[in-house]
Design a protein around this ligand. Sequence first.
Ligand code: PEP
Ligand code: MN
Length: 280
Amino acid sequence: MAEYPIDTTKDYVLVRRQEPERKSVVSFGDLSLGGNTVVVMAGPCSVESYDQIREISESVKKSGAHVLRGGAYKPATYPYRFMGHREEGLRMLAAARDVTGLPVVTEVMEPADVEVVAKYADVVQVGMRNMQNYRLLAALGSVGKPVLLKRGSWAKIDEWLGAAEYIAAAGNPNIILCERGIVSFEDHTRWTLSLSVVPRLKEVTHLPVIVDPSHGTGRRSLVPAMAKAAVAAGADGLMIEVHTDPDKSVSDAIQAIACDTFEVLMEELRAVAKAVGRSM
Ligand code: PEP
Ligand code: MN
């Protein structure tokens, strides 16, 4: 008996894996996430300037990334830190997309910003802090773009799937789950990347699952190993923070990897993907 009553046949019906063969594929641009190809999203934590995001976009594209990430609306843990260039940041992302053709994933933090973020983004990200912001989740039901739903660092799988169900119930079935590390007693990493959720989620939901080893570890030296482990565990994609000058990143500098590290990692990831029967 569960500690509190969850009835997965009633509490999350739309995102639950009912027929064993059913797997959802989320498509945007020319990409399909949840199929055979492992989709890599890469870019800085924050969009800093037109030049910064274009340079990073060109570099990660050259290395084989499929999607550009970058935050324009930033959830800063402390109120005096950088909070993003907001709509101007969205325009910076769009300008980078015009140059490289990479689709863009970026975060939205409140219902009032959903319209403008969805206007520029190819995929709209819900950050860890907003996983249970039910008004935001409901607003994303009618957005017409896929939603990348990060796991709350405190959230159990059932709570995470409950949050996904809010988006699906509001009318948007195009949801990508993203494991990004959870709270634990361990303090050698910023969060604890919970890789066993990847095969477990495949048992309980048809939604695609990606992994963010950057926030999941909070240390750049650990990112490549955990990225490879995620693909080996069956992740449908990755989200990785990459910067042309990692130490100068305006946010999350200690977990950003350099462009040349990313290039080597992509080579290694292609080998891992191949070994587990995936393409990249
Ligand atoms: C991010 O992707 O930059 C971010 C803020 O992530 P999270 O919500 O997982 O902390
Ligand atoms: Mn970040």
